[in-house]
Design a protein around this ligand. Structure first.
Ligand SMILES: [Zn+2]
Ligand SMILES: [Zn+2]
Length: 142
């Protein structure tokens, strides 16, 4: 399956359609993501917001990262499913938690970031591009 991608939270109060390919798909092992993903990495696909159509109203909770940027996690306010992440440094694109997307797509992480914060037991595929901390931002999209 390719575009459009479809996804929904567990209860269905929030659903989305994405009419573009992601800029990247990565695991994130930062400590905040471990809290969001019950100890594991989050798996995130970055999409331009222009390509996303969202039905329903996600909740958002934010914090100030060490970089000074505000990071916000979006979730279903009814069922709590983690849905999105956004960073004040790149307001035109959000990450979608990969588990939100309907099964059948072929998206998979090609990189792992913040691996220096991963727990000792983490199994990180050596075939993935590995960034100990935050990688540089993606190239500007036309
Ligand atoms: Zn829900
Ligand atoms: Zn993270």
């Amino acid at each position: 399956m390719t575009t459009p991608y479809h996804g929904r939270c567990t209860c269905g109060a929030v659903s989305l359609t994405i009419a573009a390919e992601p800029l990247w798909v990565r695991q994130c092992w930062c400590r905040q993501c471990q809290k969001a993903a019950s100890g594991n990495a989050t798996v995130n696909a970055l999409f331009t917001t222009a390509a996303m159509t969202i039905t329903g109203t996600p909740g958002w909770k934010g914090y100030r990262a060490a970089s000074g940027n505000t990071i916000e996690h979006g979730f279903c306010a009814d069922c709590g499913t983690p849905l999105f992440g956004r960073n004040s440094s790149r307001p035109d694109s959000w990450v979608v938690r990969l588990g939100v997307l309907d099964a059948g797509h072929a998206l998979a992480p090609t990189g792992a970031i913040w691996t220096e914060e991963a727990p000792a037991w983490a199994m990180i595929d050596p075939a993935l591009e590995n960034w100990p901390r935050q990688p540089p931002p993606p190239a500007k999209v036309d």
